[in-house]
Ligand binder design. Structure first.
Ligand code: PLP
Ligand code: TYF
Length: 390
């Protein structure tokens, strides 16, 4: 049986962690994998998370099974933050805990497939390399449409809208809710409104991947575009990750919300989500969701979490401002959001930066802004400038 298997390449983004670690040069810079780093290069456990873990250790009296929905109080407390108060109270929307944003995307894919396996999923390019494989793994057809104008380092909104005209009514459109991976670009507020109208008019179903809420402009701001879409269409899905905004990465914390077209459909939708979850992972891991629940149950912890997140977001924004001011070709970075930016350089330059300067990024030229600090950003820019045009 296993003799039939072919070799597989490792995840290119995760491989950079090992390459950087193996480099003995003291001044090496890791702008590879997308995790937040503080000014010392660490990805610390957040204060509120530590406090919540201490409480859980002291008070948790069972590890017995929950159910396929996971910690429902976690999902219910998270809903007003992700969806806003009005949508969180909307009887058409139902949500369950998932193993990270990846689990939410996979559950969404499986739900689409059981409802109608003929629906295609439309994905703007470029995107997170795991998106297409997740939908294909559920047996769905993935189609791509242009999203990014590399020459201008901005969203090509006209091309994205033109891409939607190719979709059939009932197809699913994947949207990054904020902090686009890998480009850092996003739709302007008026573009979200146009998009919502177009999606509704064409009978498409938006699936919003919200993996970085609070790391762009702020918790409320980062979800505002998504709210416009949810309010403008009958059916929608939200794949949410707490792994970045609570820095819980390996704990695998996320949620999937599905908006049905009428309240009576929320229950059948939910029952199907639970059946699918049972065969995918039976029930999601508890610890990370219990941490988030504990933080959101306690106003003092919630406010400390928000403060630390705001500070993380501020650090990213100030690094963006420094990069944007360094060269005209980098100026768009100052106007973009989140951890990522796509540098206007080719693979040869990526290889040269790695070989000559110990600067690690994927071949796409995507950088994790938070991999820099006030000292390394100057060296990074100095190494990069000779390779930029204009
Ligand atoms: N969606 C995007 C755009 C991401 O960059 C990531 C990153 O890991 C995810 C989803 C998945 O997040 P998680 O680690 O919670 O599975
Ligand atoms: O794009 C990134 O760097 C993050 C982290 O298989 C990540 O989304 C990368 C690859 C992967 C899982 C997470």
């Amino acid at each position: 049986l296993f003799g039939r298997l072919e070799r597989q390449a490792p995840d290119a983004l995760l491989a950079i962690i090992g390459l950087h670690r193996a480099d003995p040069r003291p001044g090496k810079i890791d702008v590879g994998v997308g995790v937040y780093r503080d000014a010392t290069g660490a990805t610390p456990v957040m204060r509120a998370v530590k406090a919540a873990e201490a409480r859980l250790l002291a008070t948790q009296d069972t590890k017995s099974y929950l159910g396929p929905e996971g910690d429902q109080r976690f999902t219910d407390l998270l809903a007003p933050i992700a969806l806003g108060g009005a949508l969180a109270a909307d009887g058409r929307i139902t949500g369950v805990q998932t193993p990270g944003g990846t689990g939410a995307l996979r559950l969404a894919a499986e739900l689409i497939a059981v409802a109608d396996a003929e629906r295609a999923v439309w994905i703007g390019t470029p995107t997170w390399p795991n998106h297409a494989p997740i939908f294909r793994a559920a047996g769905l057809t993935v189609r791509t449409q242009a999203y990014y104008d590399a020459a201008q380092s901005r969203v090509d909104f006209d091309a994205f809208l033109a891409g939607l005209t190719q979709a059939r009514a009932g197809d699913v459109v994947l949207l990054h809710g904020c902090c686009h991976n890998p480009t850092g670009t996003g739709f302007a507020h008026h573009e979200w409104a146009v998009l919502a109208k177009e999606i509704a008019r064409r009978g498409l179903i938006p699936l919003v991947d919200l993996a970085y809420q609070g790391l762009g402009q702020g918790l409320e701001e980062d979800a505002a575009g998504m709210h416009v879409v949810l309010n403008g269409v009958p059916e929608a899905m939200v794949a949410y990750s707490c792994d970045k905004n609570f820095a819980l990465y390996r704990e695998r914390v996320g949620a999937l919300w599905v908006q049905a077209d009428r309240p009576a459909m929320a229950l059948p939708v939910r029952e199907n989500m639970l059946v699918l979850a049972r065969s995918l992972w039976s029930m999601p891991p508890d610890h990370g969701a219990a941490i988030v629940r504990t933080i959101l149950e306690e106003p003092a912890l919630t406010s400390d979490w928000r403060d630390e997140l705001t500070q993380m977001c501020g650090r990213i924004r100030s690094l963006r401002a420094i990069l944007g001011a360094a060269h005209p070709a980098l100026a768009p970075i100052a106007r973009q959001d989140g951890l990522f930016a796509l540098l206007p350089i080719g693979r040869e330059t990526v290889a040269a930066l790695r070989a000559e300067h110990g600067i690690y990024m994927p071949d796409s030229g995507r950088i994790n802004i938070a991999g820099l600090n006030d000292e390394t950003v100057a060296r990074f820019v100095a190494a990069l400038l000779p390779h930029l045009k204009g």
